[in-house]
Ligand binder design. Structure first.
Ligand code: F0G
Length: 466
């Protein structure tokens, strides 16, 4: 475990905010929740959020905004072109990233779609391939929608959930060099996701990013960052990378962006807003092409499918996320959840990620074979026992591409307090103590693609112990 010296000085790291506005949580009973589960065909996406007590489905767009962000919402100027809110947003993004070709989009996947269309071409991807440390599912889907292949180039330690290593999100540099040496002509760009969501919110080191840059230069390939969680990544670098402790997170964040040629960002993560995204290019021609497409399908370049008030909220959010008190609390509170689970003998992807803890569901329910979806069994079990909504990331979501059977507990930003997390820990322990009684599941109905969102499940009963 990576302990910041602060944890030794301060017994409890307090939430660095106080609460000005609250949303009641409706307390439900186990009987009510069993009914909800039946109605939802055991798919947690089909449960109304009013029937959820602690919602850890995602950290995306579900966080609390600050009083300054809400003040920005009121200030928002809704002019079609050239609103002051746009200029404020643009200046903040330029200041953080050093890039001046900035497009607002409605969320990360809109940025991804534009990126793919200008750098690969709609339907022109056949025979091409885009490497990444690990593609997020919308990134992969957008790239593959063009006909292009995708490949994840993680290091062996990045694929081993049980070992602690400081930068498990790192790209496998030899594998990248190898791929470029063999197929340079087929590679439109190289991508890197910080932090790497698909394998547990694990960070990428500056050293690794610099090496990726060098390989891209050698083969003359653009280097694109998926920078949704750029501030959390910068904080991990400050904590863990030799020689980085004396730097400000702003400085580290800037260096991350200085290394790339462009970036897609979902502002619903480290932008600390409920909706919004950013697309950045250093190259003027690509920026022009993306601007034209943005106007065609999203909105004029100075609002990109958002309201002026959303741009204001993003301008404030992107500045607040770089506050070190916030990042210390954020990363430490996720780590706290991970630590308590490990202490209770519950295996997670180690070390704790920035935005989420990923429970090893195959280990949690050894009696449930992967054909009966141990991750689904655990996620349903946590909802039934305590009204906690998590997300299966395993054979339901990934089909035969699943490397692991995981359940993600994603922590919305600035939303839940430590006692909420203590409750989550209590419930997980209780379910763990009775894990052998969790039933397996089969899929009764599923759509052609992205089945986890809408599939209907049936319980198969409790499999006998293996
Ligand atoms: N890239 C990464 C690494 C992400 O985690 C996400 C979203 C996106 C791109 C797409 O952004 O949702 O704004 O279109 N991740 C959310 C999650 C949905 O729950 O992890 P978006």
């Amino acid at each position: 475990m990576y302990k910041h010296p602060y944890t030794l000085i301060m017994k409890t790291i307090i939430e660095p905010f106080r609460i000005k506005s609250v949303e009641p949580i409706r307390m439900t009973t186990r009987e009510e929740r069993i009914e909800c589960l039946k109605k939802a065909h055991y798919n947690l996406f089909a449960i109304p959020s009013q029937d959820v007590m602690i919602d850890l489905l995602t950290d995306s767009g579900t966080g609390a905004m600050s009083s300054e962000q809400w003040a920005g919402v009121m200030r928002g100027d809704e002019s079609y072109a050239g609103a002051p809110s746009w200029f404020r947003f643009r200046d903040v993004i330029e200041n953080i990233t050093g890039m001046s070709n900035i497009l607002p989009t409605h969320q990360g996947r809109a940025s991804e779609r534009l990126l793919v269309e200008v750098m690969i071409g709609a339907g022109n991807g056949k025979g091409k391939i885009v490497p990444n440390n690990a593609h997020f599912d919308t990134t992969r889907a957008n790239i593959e929608h063009s006909g292009c292949e995708t490949i994840d180039l993680l290091t062996p330690e990045g694929q081993d959930p049980s070992t602690d290593a400081p930068f498990k999100g790192n790209m496998d540099l030899d594998a990248l060099e190898d791929l470029l040496a063999k197929r340079a002509d087929d590679i439109p760009f190289v991508m890197l996701t910080i932090t790497c969501n698909s394998i547990g919110g694990q960070p990428v080191s500056l050293e690794n990013m610099k090496a990726v840059r060098k390989i891209c230069d050698k083969y003359n390939k653009p280097f694109i960052l998926d920078a949704c969680r750029f501030a959390e990544n910068a904080w991990f670098i400050k904590q863990r990378e030799p020689g980085q402790q004396g730097r400000s997170v702003e400085d580290i964040a800037r260096e991350q962006f200085d290394l790339c040629d462009g970036s897609t960002i979902s502002a619903k993560k480290d932008g600390m807003v409920n909706i919004g995204g950013v697309l950045l290019f250093r190259d003027q021609k690509l920026f022009q092409a993306a601007s034209n497409l943005l106007i065609l399908t999203e909105g004029f370049m100075t609002y990109g499918g958002l309201a002026g008030r959303d741009l204001e909220a993003m301008a404030v959010g992107f500045e607040e996320v770089l506050c070190e008190d916030y990042l210390r609390y954020r990363i430490r509170s996720t780590e706290y959840l991970g630590e308590k689970l490990l202490e209770s003998g519950i295996n997670i992807v180690r070390p704790a990620g920035g935005h989420a803890i990923y429970i090893d569901a195959a280990d949690f329910c050894p009696h449930i074979p992967k054909e009966q979806f141990p991750g689904q069994a655990l996620a349903v079990g946590l909802y039934e026992a305590g009204g906690i909504r998590s997300c299966e990331i395993g054979s339901v979501m990934m089909g035969e591409h699943a490397h692991m059977e995981l359940v993600r507990l994603a922590i919305p930003r600035r939303t839940y307090t430590q006692s909420h997390i203590d409750y989550v820990i209590d419930i997980i322990r209780e379910v763990h103590d009775n894990a052998s009684s969790l039933p397996g599941y089969r899929i009764a109905e599923e759509p052609d693609a992205l089945r986890h969102f809408t599939a209907k499940f049936e319980q198969t009963g409790v499999p006998s112990p293996v």
